[in-house]
Ligand binder design. Structure first.
Ligand SMILES: [Zn+2]
Length: 326
């Protein structure tokens, strides 16, 4: 077997930082001693991943084929947040393409705000819901089937990058889909955020775990340049917007390894529970959870009604006035 190489820096020296996943099942997690990227000790092959997603993932992770109202409501609000965040820094006419679009809420929010928007989603249940209930242009599809014709203007990758067995391959592929003026927005869990316990950090489906520094290093070595990072360094999710640039050799942040180790070693229950605002945020969470149950159904009914009035904008459609004049 070939020697294990870090997907970010091609380093070959690793340190084991975990032996169990968050449910207590065996799972080795390692950190690259050169760049600090955290990954599984054994990176699953494409075939192993395909098998996992076809069988276990839906039951163990999402547990639902058709999204619940609560999930749709959350996804919709999340889509609105992403839109508001990006609106000031993107072209108002930019065509949007989401890889792993899920329920399609983000795609639809961009569309309702005047952007031609489409996406791909491998999961049948969510994709069907997206197309039929929200009338989105989200089709079933895989990233590596998309044309690399430099035609895309803005690609979104929200909670997807951590699932690839080679995020480098995915980002280099996406760079080939984007025009040289294109933008790339990525969101994923932040392993540098305060976690309750080291034992809760790792999940089989999350093959790579990023800090702000490792995500930036990886993207920049795949032909992107960081334009803006949203949120604070302690946010549970990284949110970064990149523009396209020349592909360069990875510029290694030599401090990332030590800093990531400090975060991991400091991730004790005490530290988590002593965070300022822990109690208030805990209370707010319970309150918002209850509120969610009460309001989700109504909220989603309204969203679906709104979506159904607006079928996707087709770019090659003739202008509306021509059609009505004929
Ligand atoms: Zn590395």
């Amino acid at each position: 077997m070939a020697e294990k190489q870090c997907d970010l820096c091609a380093g070959t020296e690793f340190e084991t930082i975990g032996n169990r996943d968050r449910h207590g099942a065996p799972l080795e997690s390692v950190i690259c001693k050169t760049c600090g990227l955290v990954a599984h000790g054994n990176i699953p092959t494409d075939a192993e991943l395909a098998h996992y997603y076809a069988t276990e993932y839906r039951q163990s992770y999402h547990g639902e084929m058709t999204p619940s109202d609560r999930r749709v409501m959350r996804a919709w609000k999340n889509g609105e947040r992403i839109f508001k965040q990006l609106q000031p820094v993107i072209d108002p006419n930019a065509e949007v393409f989401e890889v792993g679009a899920g329920i399609g809420c983000t795609v639809k929010v961009f569309e309702l705000n005047g952007h031609p928007a489409s996406g791909i989603e491998p999961g049948e249940g969510f994709q069907t819901y997206s197309q039929q209930r929200l009338l989105t242009d989200v089709v079933r599809g895989d990233l590596f089937e998309q044309p690399r014709d430099h035609s895309r203007e803005l690609v979104l990758l929200v909670h997807v990058i951590e699932h690839f067995n080679s995020p480098r391959r995915a980002l280099e592929y996406i760079r080939g889909m984007l025009s040289d003026q294109g933008q790339f927005y990525v969101e994923c869990p932040n392993i540098a955020a305060p976690f309750a316990r080291r034992s809760k950090m790792f999940h089989y489906a999350h093959i790579h775990n990023f800090t702000p520094s490792s995500l930036k290093m990886l993207a920049e070595s795949c032909g992107f340049r960081l334009e803006q990072q949203f949120g604070s360094p302690e946010d549970p999710n990284l949110q970064m917007l990149f523009s396209c640039s020349e592909k360069t050799a990875p510029e290694i942040d030599a401090d990332n390894y030590q800093q990531t180790m400090q975060v991991i070693n400091g991730a004790t229950p005490l530290r988590y529970h002593m965070r300022p605002y822990y109690f208030t945020s805990r209370f707010a969470k319970v309150a918002s959870y209850l509120k969610e149950h009460l309001t989700a159904k109504q909220f989603v009914a309204k969203v679906v009604q709104e979506c159904q009035q607006f079928p996707p904008i087709q770019q090659d459609d003739e202008p509306f006035e021509f059609r009505s004049a004929a």
